[in-house]
Design a protein around this ligand. Structure first.
Ligand code: UD1
Length: 428
């Protein structure tokens, strides 16, 4: 098994280019199921999650061709199947994004239920209730949700909590439904807006993108379109925080500063120097030890849950005491035990983690437990004294394109090593 070996304590210097957003690429690839014809997608990140979704699309009979530099051509004119098997959905929950488009286009879908995941139960009841309100007949059989509808009909849908993939699934379904759909308390994330823009280019009539009320007037057919995947705000936020952990100065290019407002404000409050130097460039610098700030994760435009683990690393060596509250997922503190192995002083009480800044972290072998937790361990390793070994890289590779290469190009001493690491203190 490959692992990362990080020798901490080296300040970063240079420029990092941000890749296309995983969470925008997944719904956009799913939306290609809604129409015959050839789509051209640019800046599609080469990530494990994207590969899984492409594998699923191919199983459904979709033709997917990779070209150089993240350009992908997708053509679902010859859809052959309407089933998303357990093996793929189990590997990536977001596979459920094919449910709405399949029922809308074919009038039927059979999609495995995703089950639990490392960061919580993560149900899909909002997706299912929304489709039922649109007239789909649903049955749960043998671990699959089976959905049928002659043609979906517009409906008024209210989410108890704004769900990102729930909003996306229903927005796609509603685009081909008969009549008008209104989604209230909808997610406002930039990735939802990006999907909505693609749907508009395909001929859907959608209003209210980026607000909590999205109105969709369904149409009988849609057409293929071309789109560039928006830059990954979570990747950009992670590299801003890499400077917080390791020190130094970076330019983050190909990002959308507006998508990072809450993150930038929080990091500035913690003492990082951050300046937007161009429409798509941010300069970040750490001059001194950071100070503690409290953080509460919220749906967009609040502080993202996908950066909670990373900011916890910064707080673990900051001046005083920080309270980090996770409001989105119930079990998203799995990185705490690993950070403690590096010497962090963190106590979890319910949905909050109380982080007391220590002078420095010390390198140790650690195990990644989920995608964002793995990024946090890399940041911790960059700032720690000595060597940190990060195992469980399949999590990191799900959502970060070439993270080790990008970091080593700006001076980090990080390398991917094949094989099981030699355990410290192990007697031969
Ligand atoms: C998406 C992102 C993920 C991010 C999360 C929150 C993708 C592919 N993934 O995940 O990276 O961490 O948003 O920003 O875009 N909920 C229900 N029932 C449902 C759906 C959701 O109760 O049917 C709850 C969830 O348990 C959670 C909250 O709603 O507490 C928000 O989850 P949601 O926005 O749906 O997360 P995902 O779309 O799965």
């Amino acid at each position: 098994m490959a692992h990362l070996e990080i020798k901490g304590g080296r300040a970063l210097k240079g420029t990092i280019r941000i890749s296309g957003a995983k969470n925008a690429a997944l719904p956009i690839l799913s939306a290609t199921l809604l129409s015959e014809g050839r789509f051209k997608l640019r800046q599609v990140p080469e990530l494990e999650d994207v590969r899984i979704l492409i594998e699923l699309l191919r199983e459904l009979g979709v033709s997917v061709q990779y070209r150089e530099q993240g350009t992908v051509f997708v053509d679902s004119s010859k859809l052959e199947s309407f089933e998303a098997p357990y093996d793929l959905v189990r590997r990536m929950r977001a596979s459920v994004l094919v449910l709405g488009p399949l029922v809308a286009r074919l009038g039927k879908a059979r999609v495995s239920l995703p089950g639990g995941c490392a960061i919580g139960a993560r149900p899909i009841d909002f997706h299912l209730k929304g489709l039922e309100l649109m007239g789909a007949k649903l049955e749960i059989r043998e671990g699959f949700v089976e959905a049928r509808a002659n043609r979906l009909e517009g409906a008024r849908i209210y989410f108890d909590i704004p769900s990102v993939t729930g909003t996306e699934n229903l927005m796609m379904a509603a685009s081909l439904a008969k009549g008008n759909t209104v989604i209230e308390n909808a997610a406002r994330e930039p990735e939802v807006v990006a999907l909505g823009r693609l749907l508009q280019d395909m001929g859907a009539k959608i209003k209210g993108l980026g607000t909590d009320t999205i109105k969709i007037e369904g149409t009988k057919t849609l057409r293929p379109a071309t789109c560039t995947i928006i830059p990954d705000r979570i990747e950009a936020g992670t590299y801003l925080m890499a400077v917080g952990a390791a020190g130094g100065e970076l330019i983050i290019e190909n990002c959308v500063p507006e998508h990072l407002e809450a993150v930038i404000l929080k990091l500035k409050a913690a003492g990082l120097k951050i300046k937007v130097i161009d429409a798509d460039k941010i300069k970040v610098k750490r001059r001194r030890r950071l100070c503690s700030v409290d953080v509460k994760t919220q749906p967009y435009p609040g502080f993202p849950t996908d950066l909670q683990a990373q900011i916890m690393v910064l707080m673990s060596t900051a001046g005083k005491l920080s309270v980090i509250t996770e409001t989105i997922f119930e079990n998203r503190f799995m990185h705490v035990a690993e950070l403690k192995r590096l010497g962090a002083d963190i106590k979890v009480e319910g949905r909050s983690a109380i982080v007391r800044g220590v002078k420095h972290l010390n390198g140790a072998p650690v195990m990644a437990t989920d995608l964002r937790a793995s990024a946090s361990l890399v940041l911790a390793g960059l700032g720690a004294k000595g060597t940190t070994i990060v195992q469980g890289l399949h999590h990191l590779d799900r959502g970060y394109e070439r993270m080790d290469e990008k970091l080593s190009a700006v001076g980090a001493r990080i390398k991917r090593v094949n094989g099981t690491p030699v355990q410290e203190g192990k007697m031969s």
